[in-house]
Design a protein around this ligand. Structure first.
Ligand code: EPU
Length: 342
């Protein structure tokens, strides 16, 4: 168990903001995790679990408690047949390293989620998704420490309440479970066209016959597309999409489309559509703008880059200006996507 004291949260989160945490403790096993959690609770301190810190915003006042850095590792095949392989993976594994290994084994179902920063344990929390796939599609179950009952539990897909960028872990059960392992079933069939729009276009541009596409080709294409649109958090501090793509009534979507025919909309169900937050922000002429040291990313306006913010309050001011501008123009309230450490 590795215990560190007084660690700046700016070094643990990719947005690179935030004061210090009293304790940061790395855990590598279920036993250590339980022990650290119980000790911290007994001392009356708050506890927070962190993975890669790529979807987390820290505050200037820091965290007066214990941050548990989940480093439970391991990738294990738990079932294998002619059609599919079931894999159980430790929450501390780096998500993209895991994707890379699965793609190397020619397994499909997560290849379009290549390049997403963060750890495996964080993936179910926001039900990560990209380029036509989301975690819930291949998800079987997860193992977690239930802090309420001091027990280890298995939660199946329906228990996790997955929705667009949402689950019980950031909703009604926030703070209750510490995810230790995730089990996915990945397919063995080659990927089938038609692919997500951006991928389809990419392959057409390169004159690639989409019926011969492999999972490795999808991974390579996604990494290329992402590198053009999304900033690498190691170079430009950011937390991925800073806003969720708003889901609105189809009627409002239709009304807006009448005045903004170039507005992209994606059907969600019969009565709702999703509108890209990046498009809404760009339409408010904010793309590339620097607000309080926070830059609206040139490649995709849904990403905010911490260029020179002096602290969390600068991010709050920038966020407010963006939310207000979009509301004024479209009467749509943008919602923040990354969680806040508080
Ligand atoms: N668009 C603009 N301007 C922008 C951004 C987007 O006009 O500044 C338009 C694009 O031209 C396109 C549409 O909006 O027509 C959608 O854009 P894109 O395919 O880039 O995806 P997105 O909706 O902005 C979502 C996810 C990303 C994910 C991509 C690809 C959310 C909040 N974001 O972005 O996820 O990588 O789709 O599937 O759902 C993340 O969650 O952190 C993330 C990066």
């Amino acid at each position: 168990m590795n215990v560190k004291t007084n660690i700046p949260l700016s070094t643990l989160t990719t947005m690179r903001l935030g004061g210090s945490a009293n304790y940061v403790i790395e855990v590598t096993s279920d036993k250590d995790l339980r022990e650290v959690y119980k000790k911290s609770k007994q001392s009356g301190q708050p506890t927070y679990i962190i993975g890669g810190g790529s979807n987390l915003i820290a505050h200037d006042e820091g965290f007066s408690g214990t941050i548990i850095h989940n480093k439970i590792m391991g990738i294990e095949v738990t079932n294998d047949n002619a059609q599919a392989t079931t894999v159980t993976v430790g929450a501390g594994e780096i998500w993209d390293d895991f994707v890379k290994q699965m793609v190397e084994r020619n397994l499909s179902g997560i290849e379009a989620m290549s390049g997403i920063p963060g750890t495996v344990g964080a993936a179910p929390v926001q039900n990560i998704g990209a380029y036509g796939q989301e975690l819930a599609d291949t998800f079987v179950s997860l193992a977690a420490y239930d802090t309420q009952n001091d027990s280890f539990v298995t939660l199946d897909k329906s228990a996790c309440g997955f929705a667009y960028r949402h689950s019980i872990f950031r909703g009604e059960q926030m703070g209750r479970y510490i995810i230790t392992r995730v089990t996915l079933t990945l397919g063995k069939k080659p990927p089938q066209p038609p692919f997500y729009d951006a991928l389809q276009k990419y392959f057409e541009q390169d004159q690639i016959n989409t019926t011969t596409v492999t999972v490795q080709m999808i991974r390579d294409a996604v990494l290329k597309i992402r590198s053009n649109k999304l900033p690498n958090p190691l170079q430009l501090p950011n937390a991925g999409s800073f806003f969720k793509n708003p889901i609105v009534e189809k009627q409002l979507g239709d009304t807006l489309k009448a005045t903004h025919p170039d507005m992209p909309t994606y059907p969600v169900d019969e009565t709702h559509v999703k509108i890209p937050a990046g498009w809404l922000i760009q339409s408010c002429m904010l793309k590339g703008k620097i607000l309080h040291g926070i830059k609206v990313h040139d490649g995709n306006a849904v990403v905010l880059v911490n260029q020179s913010a002096k602290g969390y309050s600068d991010l709050v001011s920038a966020r407010q200006e963006i939310v207000d501008a979009v509301y004024q123009k479209f009467h749509i309230s943008l919602e923040q996507e990354p969680l806040e450490l508080q």
